[in-house]
Design a protein around this ligand. Sequence first.
Ligand code: AMP
Length: 396
Amino acid sequence: MSHRDGPRVIEPGATIGVLGSGQLGRMFAIAARRMGYRVHTYSPDDDTPTGQVADREWQASYDDLDNVREFARGVAVVTFEFENIPSATVLAATEFAPVRPSGEVLYVTQHRLREKRFLCKHGFPVVPFEAVRSLEDLSTAIGKIGLPAVLKTAGWGYDGKGQSKLTKADDAAAAWQRLSTNEAVLEAFVDFDCEVSVIAARGLDGKMADFGVIHNAHVNHILDVSVAPADVPPEVEREAVRIAYGVLEALGVVGVLCVEFFVARDGRLMINELAPRPHNSGHLTFDGCVTSQFEQQLRAICGLPLGATSLLRPVAMANLLGDLWQAGIPQWSAACAFPSVKLHLYGKEQSRPGRKMGHLTAMADSPMDARRTVVAARNALRPSGLVEGPPFAGHR
Ligand code: AMP
């Protein structure tokens, strides 16, 4: 009997396989173990954020397909916690267990051009873009898109890696060389009012649920502070959720999907990018919602009914990047002295500037208060007690 004939509901007690082993897999594993599931994680690394809390950590290359098959044979369902998993890996896993979301979803969303073309084809709003395969293409694209613009690698980019902002035509040659890729996309630079995201889930039965609109502030292209609910007009909220549901259905996602948007100054929404998995902007759901994005992912891929997504209270999340460690070990007790603040650390040994090491969340009576508290708690972590410019300053 193939897994395709198996029972639709994967009951607690079963083992879930996670491709990837970072903090998203860690929080997923914590949610899964709380509900009585076992978790196996697979990645090239060991002593990983996910491995530390999983039942079993497989350390092997994604290209080692025999190992991938062996891994999939031992689990009831496979999911992933980051997009850069090769297609062949997913195909090999699919021989022995359902992969949710599917390999097709991963294939579309792990490549900016494929993703944008998919979104355009289905009538979803995206930032104007052009495909770029050479320096000549880049000059033509600049002619069409105008400047300023942002040049991004088509594959394997995240957190602003593999991106260059172009402000004048003379920047083109250097930017193209710096990217060192043969496939890129040039996007119009959006003078946005703000950035928001919608995290939504679709179950095996096609039912959907969303966590509302979350406001995101980035520093150096990396998410810095998220706040829910976002302070956007109700029509923007409705439209953002409508688009997110449309994308979930068009892609046929079973699992969680994040849609990141730019909100233009006239209120128009443009999709920046998709992530077919729990997302950094949804970390605040762990403490702030009835069901977290991680439990929702678990419920969806196991064929369980989705959980309630209601916010318990306004909530904010501040990322803790490796930069914070540069002046010494952060003063954890100073952040814990804020009684409504929750500390999440990912178990990473090595801190590096820009590396996501953990986050704080705070709940309060208003989104503004939640943001103020979480930023104050993060500032208190600095060993010197000093508050300097970004990324530790307050945000709008
Ligand atoms: P990305 O990795 O594409 O999500 O980009 C990271 C961040 O860079 C975004 O969240 C924005 O803050 C900024 N950014 C990326 N693309 C653009 C754009 N076309 N216009 C303005 N800002 C951008």
